[in-house]
Write a protein that binds this ligand. Structure first.
Ligand SMILES: Nc1ncnc2c1ncn2[C@@H]1O[C@H](COP(=O)(O)OP(=O)(O)O)[C@@H](O)[C@H]1O
Ligand SMILES: [Mg+2]
Length: 430
């Protein structure tokens, strides 16, 4: 191995002025460049490839003779013209190194492309080096980090909304109770008033001939006629019934809001997730049978999951109902021909069970994907959606069972919800 001082003394070997040693240097240079894991190629001023390293040739499945003299945008990017953001052009303008991150299937996905000016021995630019480094792993872990941050943010948002919701639920509960008892009172009183009016009318009918000359009698009979009691007799019970229905709906929303803030105290037992899924699919049949078929593909070898059966079944139900709604929006209430499809599968993974629920519905537009887990976020008409299903599901899976819930969706194609429930005995927390 030559020492540094020896190298300085042997400057002739490395001197670029010396033809023979330059050739030697060039061969050495190519040998090293060929060994590097990065994709490297050299182009001249006219974008023609003058060299490409072995790593890149083998990725593109080409020989050096195939690429020499080819235009780089054709050979490297599969394009017919110069790229809009061509770094070589930029480099020609300012003689500096430029860098760009781009995605190109041909280059193996995400690459960081660096274009370095190539000077000849007299300092004139004769082309450029292109060095493309695969950054798939970095992009992947960046995405994972962003995803985790998003989940954390969502969990925090849900927690604060949960606290708010429980306060509101508590406040609403009391007036609801007295409205409920007042409605019951009005209903009973109405029956009595009705009875009273009927007796009065019968009386007036019975004695109308006898007293029709009496002014006071006639005026009372007229007033009662004007009341149009037949109409009220039908409408008042109907509006009482509708008020009851409305109250019932408000009560169930309040119950759901209360369920939010409970810190997961519900009892958990060792449960068979496949069984929970099959039962839930059966009981929700009425919700999906007109628009879809449900197919299950359940892994028989999954381990039991330590969970609250009612809550997990509620999650499955919420997602299946959403799937049926999405299919109904796409195909209509009574689709002619082929129905939609809901597929539910389970798989045992390392430390958790994965449940996938896919549908062939409308899909979720990108612009609302981030909001679907928000409490009260709905795109459905009043009465059909309250926007709580997914918020509650998120709370049940993430906060109460230390699992994960994620969605993948393509507009017009369908949606898949992926749920992970831990079933590693070491990790389970009561
Ligand atoms: N499978 C799905 N396909 C398409 N959109 C969905 C699906 N699941 C949920 N969504 C969207 O997410 C929103 C929130 O869902 P959710 O919290 O269950 O509330 P709701 O069903 O009451 O609207 C829905 O209004 C809908 O826009
Ligand atoms: Mg819903």
């Amino acid at each position: 191995m030559p020492t540094k001082s020896q190298l300085n003394n042997t400057s002739d070997v490395f001197s670029l002025d010396n033809e023979a040693s330059f050739l030697n240097t060039e061969n050495e240079w190519k040998r090293i460049v060929d060994e590097l894991p990065d994709l490297i190629f050299v182009i001249n001023l006219k974008h023609e490839i003058v060299y490409m390293n072995k790593t890149m040739l083998s990725l593109l499945q080409l020989d050096l003779s195939d690429v020499i003299g080819e235009m780089c945008f054709v050979c490297v990017h599969g394009s017919q013209c110069l790229l809009e953001n061509c770094l070589h052009e930029k480099m020609l303008n300012d003689h500096r190194t430029h860098m760009l991150e781009l995605y190109d299937e041909r280059l193996g996905g995400n690459v960081e492309m660096r274009v370095v000016p190539y000077f000849n021995t007299s300092g004139k630019i004769i082309g450029s080096f292109h060095i493309a480094r695969n950054v798939n792993n970095r992009i992947e872990s960046q995405k994972e980090k962003e995803n985790l941050q998003l989940q954390l943010l969502r969990a925090q948002k849900l927690e604060s909304v949960g606290q708010l919701a429980s306060g509101i639920a508590h406040e609403i509960n009391t007036p609801i109770q007295f409205i409920n008892s007042n409605i019951s009172f009005i209903q009973e009183s109405f029956d009595e008033v009705n009875e009273y009016i009927k007796v009065t009318k019968d009386f007036l009918d019975k004695f109308s001939e006898k007293f029709n000359k009496n002014d006071e009698f006639s005026s009372l009979a007229e007033k009662i006629e004007d009341f149009d009691w037949e109409y009220l007799e039908e409408e008042i019970p109907r509006s009482i019934e509708q008020s009851r229905e409305g109250l019932h709906r408000v009560s169930s929303i309040v119950q759901a809001m209360k369920a939010f803030s409970h810190p997961g105290g519900e009892s958990k037992v060792e449960s068979d997730i496949n069984r929970i899924i099959l039962t839930t699919v059966t009981i929700s049949r009425n919700e999906w049978k007109y628009v879809s078929v449900v197919e299950t593909s359940l892994d028989e070898n999954i381990y039991p999951v330590w969970c609250n059966v009612d809550s997990v079944s509620q999650v499955i139900l919420n997602i299946v109902i959403n799937a049926a709604h999405a299919i109904e929006s796409k195909l209509g209430r009574n689709p002619v021909g082929q129905k939609g499809n809901i597929e539910i599968s389970t798989t045992q993974k390392e430390g958790f069970v994965e449940i996938r629920i896919s549908d062939t519905g409308t899909g979720i537009p990108d612009k609302i994907k981030n909001r679907i887990f928000d409490p009260f976020f709905t795109t459905k008409d009043v009465g059909k959606g309250t926007g709580q299903g997914l918020a509650i599901s998120h709370d049940i899976i993430c906060a109460k069972h230390h699992g994960r819930i994620e969605v993948k969706s393509e507009e017009g194609v369908g949606t898949t919800f992926i749920i992970e429930l831990p079933n590693d005995p070491k990790e389970q927390i009561n």
